[in-house]
Structure formats: C-alpha cells, structure tokens
Design a protein around this ligand. Structure first.
Ligand SMILES: NC(=O)c1ccc[n+]([C@@H]2O[C@H](COP(=O)([O-])OP(=O)(O)OC[C@H]3O[C@@H](n4cnc5c(N)ncnc54)[C@H](O)[C@@H]3O)[C@@H](O)[C@H]2O)c1
Length: 313
C-alpha cells in the first residue's frame, strides 16, 4: 500500500537557490554537501557559527556558492534575514528546508512529580517547542512569501517554476516513543503544519509551492548518542545522516511530489501519506469519510475562519 520513494538524480538542482536551517552538523550538513555537489546555491542557517563557517570555508574552495548565515530559528528576524540573504544575492529562492531540531530537553512528565515540584515551570522542556515547532512555523511563513516571488532577474517570472518547502519532522511525528513527550508533540505539530500547507501553498501565484514532510527513524547523529550502540546490538535498521539527506534532496529534485510524508528507515524512504490516504475508508468508515469530505468542501479555502473576527482574539 505504501510506495517506496526512490530519490531521483539531483541534476535539476543545478543553479537552484536553496535555503535551509540546521546546516552546520548532522543531516543538515549532509544536505549542504549534496546540494553543493549538485551545483545549487546554498544558504544555510545555524546557531553554531564555528562548524557552520568551517563547512562554508571547506566547500568554498571549489566555488563560492555555499553561504553560512548565523540564524536562531526561534527568532523571526533571523528567519527573515536568512531568506533575505539568499534573495538579495540571487534574486529568487527555489527551495526551503526547515531542518534544525533539538532532542528532548528535561523531563516534562517526570513520574516522580509531586505537588511541590510541579510548581516549577518546565522552561527547559518548553524551549524545545520554540526550536522544533515555533521555528518551522516562522520558517514556513517566511518561505511562503519568498518562494512565490517572481525572479528579480526576469527568468521564470511568468512561467511557473518548481518551488518547494520541506519540513523535517520525525517518526515521532506519527507515533510515540517512550520518554519523548515534548519532542513527539512538536514533531506531530510539524507533520500537521505540512498537512495544513500542502493545499494552500500549491495555489501560490505565480509559482505554486510543493510542501512535504520528512520522518526519519533512528539516524546516527549526535541527537541519538547513547542509544546507537544498543540499537546496533539489537540489529535494528538505522540511517546514516547522508541517507536522510539523499531523500530530502530527492524530494526537491523530484519536482512533482506534494503533501508527502517520507518515512526513512534503514536508508530507504517511503511515502507513508499515500497509504494513509488510500486506506482512509477502511479506518474511518464510509459514512464518516463522506461527511468529512462534505465538511471540507463546505469550508472552501478557509475564508470563513479569517472572516470570523471573534475567532481571532
Ligand atoms: N537523528 C535522528 O535520529 C532523527 C530522527 C528523526 C528526526 N530527526 C530530525 O532531523 C533534524 C536534524 O537533526 P540531526 O539528527 O541532524 O541533529 P543534529 O543535532 O546533528 O543537527 C541539528 C542542527 O540543528 C541546529 N540547531 C539546533 N537548534 C537551533 C536553533 N535554535 N537555530 C538554528 N539551528 C539550530 C544544530 O546546531 C545542528 O546543527 C532535526 O529536526 C531532528 O529532529 C533526527
């Protein structure tokens, strides 16, 4: 029922302008390298200036197409500055990838919570929501404006060009894992954001924007330090960060896929969203599916919500 996603050749990305976050380390740095090899212009943001600048320096030996921009994704101004750096320099932005993320911080639902310890506000846990959910919301909003802009250099100003927004969620975006309370909630949010945007952004003019989500399972970066050993001993499949980067770059190069959820396991990607949609009648029931579709049809483009001033307080 679920279709394997085979990343196509990245040749269509030559000369494209790509913005991404979290590019200094892990999966993000592999995306930067793959895009650089494909001949794209890359603007990557991160809070880690040292590895970011080192990566920029290393790749700039070949050409000056890779740029590090200091960017904290929790800052709206930083997201704006990242996109603006690309737009000012190249006259357009073609693809955007919200990749930056953090693992669980603190223990929001400590089973030993008492009426005394519960009084302390869980600030550390909530900082994860800022990076993993507020960050992608800011990034997606800014991306939705920059990606649809006509090329200031004139090329592709009228003909629709391929534009995409890719949001990195996780396997924790559609199922639970023990101990990852806030991480799971934030990554479900990112998958929800993709679903919320995949229709409206495809109607952007003059350039429709494809929106997809990436849901890797265990990937060997510093995010999973400590569990990678027991994972290997159990013989469970894992990804190298390059595997995840290859699927993400493939989604950009594909030029067609919209609304997909790419689950990545053992180095391979599957579009699990397709299976979910195809079997909807099975898990929802025929009558409820029909009524839900009628409800969605009635809501049109969602203008009823924005017209309702009382819902906006
Ligand atoms: N490693 C896994 O098993 C796994 C599984 C599923 C999803 N993911 C997701 O993949 C993405 C990449 O993670 P990774 O495994 O490469 O981890 P990583 O820690 O190696 O890389 C994350 C990058 O994000 C950057 N970052 C963190 N906070 C930031 C902020 N406020 N502003 C800007 N940049 C910031 C970090 O500096 C780092 O460069 C994350 O969204 C993560 O949740 C990872």
């Amino acid at each position: 029922m679920t279709t394997q996603f085979h990343p196509p050749d990245s040749a269509p990305l030559e000369g494209k302008v790509v913005v991404l976050t979290g590019g200094a380390l892990g999966v993000g740095s592999c995306i930067v390298r793959l895009l650089h090899t494909a001949g794209a212009h890359v603007f990557f943001g991160d809070i880690l200036a040292e590895p970011g600048r080192a990566l920029e320096r290393e790749l700039s030996k070949a050409n000056a197409k890779v740029h590090f921009v200091h960017c904290d994704v929790t800052s709206y101004a930083d997201n704006l500055a990242l996109f603006d750096a690309a737009y000012t320099s190249c006259g357009r932005v073609d693809h955007a990838i919200a990749n930056a993320g953090l693992g669980e911080q603190g223990n929001m639902f400590d089973p030993d919570l008492t009426l005394e310890s519960v009084k302390e506000e869980p600030k550390k846990s909530m900082s994860l929501v800022d990076v993993n959910l507020k960050g992608p919301l800011y990034f997606a909003r800014v991306a939705s404006a920059y990606l649809k802009q006509p090329d200031v250099n004139g090329k592709g100003a009228t003909a629709a060009a391929d534009k995409s927004l890719t949001l990195v969620s996780s396997v924790a975006g559609f199922r639970e894992d023990p101990g990852l309370y806030v991480y799971i909630a934030s990554k479900h949010g990112v998958l929800g954001l993709m679903r919320a945007l995949r229709g409206p952004l495809l109607r952007s003019q003059p350039h429709p924007i494809r929106t997809n989500a990436i849901c890797p399972w265990m990937t060997r970066t510093r995010l999973v330090a400590g569990i990678d050993k027991i994972w290997a001993e159990a013989g469970l499949p894992s990804n190298e960060p390059e595997d995840v980067a290859r699927v993400i770059v493939g989604v950009l190069a594909d030029g067609q896929v919209n609304g997909g959820t790419m689950y990545i396991e053992g180095g391979r990607g599957w579009n699990v969203e397709e299976g979910l949609l195809k079997t909807r009648r099975e898990w929802l029931g025929e009558e409820r599916e029909r009524q839900l579709d009628r409800g969605s049809e009635m809501m049109g483009g969602g203008e009823h919500w924005t017209a309702n001033k009382r819902s906006q307080v």
